[in-house]
Design a protein. Structure first.
Lengths: 275, 450
């Protein structure tokens, strides 16, 4: 799995899901992302991510349902005097909110292979040469994230045994300050270690080959084709826009954008399990 | 042949009122050179001069001259010196950039733009030189501390340095891990490289050393490594009170993380006025056992009991405790929270910290920080004292002070549990030694343990 090929596929997914309002195409992108993750690592491994995406999507749905009092099909109404919540609750607002939720979930899952299926150095290797040093700095700082979590547990335990108890926001300073200081010190020591190994000397090389394999080329080609097809469909008006307001209607579909979305299922064919 | 010459070198850290190195006159010959001295004396600062981290990374003011392998340290940035001087730091976890061993070892080669076709061969060569060829392709986070430190050594060796500098590379390792790292380091001399190493475990190193540098309060002297003798081990403090009743107990306790058991079916207990020492390899479960006794970790199964009273707990990473503006206020903080009346200066004096009592604890050396953390948890009269690697990075003098302090707490009735790899500490204090390994605990006779 080459990070550049993954980037091409992710970018294409994001382009389609963010450039259309049609929920059919969004659902297809979401399904493609789920299938890709399942093919590469199995959905059970990604349970936390899926739960997070589901919660965020649900929140987006509820937020629009509660805040957008538009649409003709009123499900129920709350008195207008209730601040923020008062007004008509409509089917159109609920469906539009759900469409927004699908957009967010599809975008999260399309970007997920970078963190779930690739190591940080594989992402770094995919960066163009001028960004290589920045990439190394970012990736190495990401390596410190687990250390921050460990530090939080250690500090909380140690401070509890010295008599600390959580009593309001100010009391947390006794935990937060050592955690932040420990993290900063860890970053400085890592930077010192990187400097001692010549980081910042100038142009870098990389041990890994950037060459794309046959499967990577297949993915890049499918993604490129999908992007081109969907862009043409948008320009030609075949990927019709959809708005549920004022009255809910079914979205119209066209074979061109459908075919473009189906190309995004290519990872199912080329990604093997990376358990 | 001289590989490094320091001439009237004086160095102040940024904002430092006193010099960390004072008028250093030093010539290092090729071969193995050992750097020793009390913690906080300036060993790490001196070592960082050899690859230019002092002054280029740390800033501050510097006076005098330093020449290493023909390079003027003050005029040559560290990233250029890195091509000829390798450096291995204390903490293996805080010097890892990549997740995979090969890539980690290749990091320096990539930074110095070594052509891709050469990198794989150089990585293989470095892994062999560090004695870890079998680790190629492994994920770094799955390695033991000793293996990770040898990966750090391989990372330095990949640059084919003429000089390798190691700053207390074994301070966080168990005896097996330490032996592996020191053997790999000393073998470099046989390959024609020069090695400068700072260590507290001196016995084996001094036999092989061509030079010994002593650093104390910024002053540097050289002595003959074959005639110099390190401080004697800490003496066993005389017991003035007998052990009392049961202070804590674990009954059929199991514990673990993420579905993996670290301890399984453990039955163990301790009495007041008794010192129990936990030994065993890194990752064996000693810290988990301490956290269970402290009540910080809930068992998966079984029961944990401890008598009422204050628990003094020193975690493996002492800096997580330190958040007050001065060392003295760290001690006062614990006393205030526990409602005990005692003078902070008493424990500061016992641990040799009076001179730094008003300094910010995180500005201290690693050994001084360790002592500051000990002072922060041990004042007053704790009922249960749990110390995780309390002698990590501290010098023999500080170890002797710790032995005396723990002996006093024991005689006042505290129940003490120590997790340590330090043979001297164990021999000086242990009433019982418990080996923690493979999810089980087993009591060892003191004769076997020593």
């Amino acid at each position: 799995m080459n990070a550049r090929a993954v980037a091409a596929w992710s970018a294409c997914c994001l382009f389609i899901v963010l450039s259309t309002t049609n929920p059919v195409y969004k659902v297809l992108v979401l399904a493609a992302a789920l299938s890709a993750l399942a093919a590469a690592g199995g959905l059970r491994r990604m349970r936390r991510l899926l739960v997070a995406a589901l919660l965020i999507a649900a929140f987006a749905t509820v937020l629009n349902f509660v805040s957008a009092h538009l649409g003709a099909t009123v499900l129920f109404a709350l008195p207008a005097q209730i601040p923020a919540l008062g007004g008509a609750y409509t089917l159109e607002a609920l469906v539009f909110g759900a469409s927004g939720g699908i957009t967010i979930a599809a975008a999260i899952l399309a970007a997920a292979p970078f963190s779930l299926l690739l190591d940080s150095h594989e992402v770094m290797d995919a960066l163009p040469a001028p960004l290589s040093r920045t990439g190394v700095a970012i990736a190495s700082s990401l390596n410190l994230v687990p250390a921050v979590a460990t530090s939080f547990v250690e500090v909380t335990e140690a401070q509890r045994l010295r008599g600390w108890r959580p009593r309001g926001p100010r009391s947390w300073m006794e935990v937060v300050v050592p955690v932040v200081l420990t993290s900063v010190e860890g970053s400085i020591q890592l930077a010192e270690s990187m400097e001692a190994r010549g980081f910042g000397s100038g142009a870098r090389t990389t041990m890994a080959s950037q060459a794309l394999g046959r499967a990577d080329w297949l993915l890049v080609a499918a993604s490129g084709l999908a992007l081109t097809a969907f862009a043409i469909a948008l320009a030609a008006g075949w990927a019709a826009e959809w708005l549920p307001y004022p009255t809910l209607t079914l979205p119209t579909i066209n074979p061109w954008p459908i075919a473009a979305c189906l190309l995004l299922f290519a990872p199912v064919l080329v990604w093997r399990s990376r358990s | 042949m001289a590989i490094a010459k320091l001439n009237h070198l004086t160095y102040w850290y940024p904002g430092g009122a006193t010099a960390a190195l004072r008028g250093v006159q030093l010539q290092i010959e090729d071969g193995l050179t050992v750097v020793a001295g009390s913690s906080g004396g300036g060993k790490s600062t001196l070592l960082r001069v050899f690859n230019g981290l002092v002054p280029h990374f740390h800033g501050g003011r510097i006076a005098g001259n330093a020449d290493v392998l023909g390079m003027d340290v003050i005029a040559t940035p560290t990233r250029r010196m890195a091509r000829r001087v390798g450096f291995v730091f204390q903490d293996p976890e805080l010097q890892t950039v990549y997740n995979v061993v090969d890539r980690e070892v290749a990091f320096g080669l990539e930074n110095t733009a070594v052509p891709r076709r050469e990198i794989a061969g150089r990585v293989e060569e470095a892994l062999h030189a560090a004695g870890i060829a079998e680790l190629a392709g492994r994920t770094v986070r799955t390695l033991s501390g000793g293996e990770r430190q040898r990966v750090a050594l391989a990372s330095a060796l990949a640059m084919r340095p003429s000089l390798v500098v190691l700053d207390e590379p074994t301070s966080q390792l168990d005896p097996d891990g330490a032996r592996m790292v020191l053997a790999a380091a000393t073998s470099l001399v046989d390959e024609g490289r020069s090695v400068i190493i700072s260590e507290h475990r001196l016995d084996d190193l001094l036999r092989e050393a061509a030079g010994l540098v002593l650093v104390d309060r910024g002053n540097v002297t050289t002595v003959d490594p074959h005639s110099w003798r390190p401080s004697a081990p800490s003496l066993r403090p005389a017991r003035v009170a007998a052990a009392g009743g049961e202070a804590w107990a674990l009954e059929n306790v199991s514990a673990g993380f993420d579905g993996r058991l670290v301890l399984d079916g453990v039955d163990l207990g301790g009495r007041s006025g008794e010192v129990v020492v936990l030994s065993g390899p890194n990752g064996g479960g000693k810290t988990t056992l301490l956290r269970l006794i402290a009540g910080s970790l809930a068992p998966v199964g079984g029961d944990v009991w401890r008598r009422p009273g204050r628990v003094a707990y020193l975690p493996q990473n002492p800096t997580v405790l330190l958040h007050r503006p001065t060392v003295r206020s760290e001690v006062s903080f614990t006393l205030e929270r526990s409602g005990e009346v005692a003078r902070p200066e008493k424990i500061l004096e016992e641990l040799g910290l009076l001179a730094v009592a008003d300094r910010y604890p995180r500005d201290l050396s690693s050994g001084e920080r360790q002592r500051a953390a000990l002072a922060a948890v041990l004042p007053g009269n704790p009922a249960l004292v749990l110390l995780d690697e309390p002698t990590r990075g501290i010098d023999p003098g500080a170890r002797a002070a710790l032995v005396a302090l723990v002996g006093r707490l024991r005689d006042r009735g505290a129940s003490v549990v120590l997790a340590t790899h330090d043979d001297d500490l164990r021999n000086a204090l242990a009433d019982r030694v418990i080996n923690v390994r493979d999810r089980k605990v087993a009591e060892m006779s003191l004769a076997v343990a020593t």
